[in-house]
Design a protein around this ligand. Structure first.
Ligand SMILES: Cc1cc2nc3c(=O)[nH]c(=O)nc-3n(C[C@H](O)[C@H](O)[C@H](O)COP(=O)(O)O)c2cc1C
Length: 316
């Protein structure tokens, strides 16, 4: 693929777009200030603030130079203790990508996007390095899992921002976790290299960019110096936001069936009352779950992602 192929324009990353996106979470004065800064940030602010997941893609391949930029972005971010506890696998083969789409929960956009990046926690390489020096591996505590997950997410998010800055759309894919064992098998991954999160990349269909989607009010998500919310204030902010999501129909077509709540009878919540509170309530308060939770509980340890005690000596 020639490197002088026409590039889409990332107009969504302009200072005006940055200001408009900032205004969805900041007051008007702060959003103006951010808009002014955006002009100085070489597009970074605009790219970050106008992010929206893309789930419809053009089939054209991502050019090699863009792929190279993504590879660099995947590894140039910070890495916990400089351990590099991650490995990313880029998948472009349509047949393999189709299988990945199925294994990650039948997500059509994985199939549709020309590039899939499978982000893996890699607890294998560091162990090999320990063994190379003749030591026994003892790093079995939760910190290894947390730092590997942080490492791979940093890489994927950086790649996502680079892609978006160049006019490519992306969507992160936690669904990879559900098919982790089978995906690892398909990709020929050794034990302890465990797929956890993916990223699809491609030109947005028709060059249409989704407008940035709503966020919870900033005071719920960001505090200064210390926790600054009373429970009552939190409740009031949540209820106000809930009313907005009901009025805007944010969850239209995404309703979690009442049957999942295990309470019997007809769904008591009318269409216009199904907002973020009801949705999260159903999502995390359901009585019946699919097999995925138990599958992940089984599959991750089966791939060597086991948490044991600090200092526990590896048997091999
Ligand atoms: C860790 C993580 C996992 C995600 N997994 C999926 C996924 O499997 N499929 C998907 O379509 N979107 C996935 N998303 C995207 C979210 O659904 C999306 O970010 C959220 O709905 C907010 O929308 P926005 O990104 O357009 O602002 C994931 C996002 C994150 C951060």
């Amino acid at each position: 693929m020639p490197s002088d192929a026409p590039r889409p324009h990332a107009t969504h990353a302009s200072p005006e777009a940055a200001r408009a996106a900032a205004a969805t979470v900041l007051d008007a004065g702060a959003a103006d200030a951010v808009g002014a800064l955006a002009a100085d940030s070489a597009g970074t602010l605009g790219t970050v603030l106008t992010h929206a997941s893309v789930r419809r893609f053009e089939p054209e391949p991502v050019p090699d130079d863009v792929v190279a930029a993504l590879e660099a972005a995947l590894v140039r971010g910070p890495t916990s203790s400089a351990l590099h506890s991650y490995t990313h696998v880029l998948v472009r083969d349509p047949e393999r990508k189709r299988r990945m789409a199925h294994l990650a929960g039948d997500q059509r956009w994985i199939d549709e996007a020309p590039l899939l990046i499978v982000g893996c926690a890699d607890l294998r390489r560091t162990r090999a390095m320990v063994h190379a020096r003749g030591y026994r591996y003892t790093a079995h505590d939760l910190r290894m899992l947390v730092s590997a997950t942080a490492d791979l997410t940093v890489g994927l998010q950086n790649a996502s921002l680079v892609a978006q800055s160049l006019g490519y759309g992306t969507v992160l894919l936690g669904g990879v976790l559900n098919g982790s064992l089978e995906i690892a098998h398909d990709l020929g991954l050794p034990e302890r290299v465990v797929p956890l999160v993916g990223l699809s990349v491609g030109r947005p269909a028709g060059d249409r960019w989704p407008t940035p989607r709503p966020r919870l009010p900033l005071p719920l998500l960001v505090h200064h110096e210390a926790w600054s919310l009373t429970d009552a204030a939190e409740r009031a902010l949540l209820e106000a936001h809930d009313a907005e999501t009901c009025a805007e129909g944010t969850y239209e077509g995404r309703r979690i069936p009442w049957a999942a709540m295990g309470r019997g009878g007809e769904d008591p919540v009318a269409e216009g009352d199904y907002g973020i509170l009801e949705h999260v309530g159903r999502k995390q308060g359901r009585a019946t779950w699919g097999p995925q939770g138990a599958k992940v509980d089984h599959d991750l340890p089966a791939q060597g992602l086991r948490v044991r005690g600090t200092g526990d000596v590896d048997p091999d």
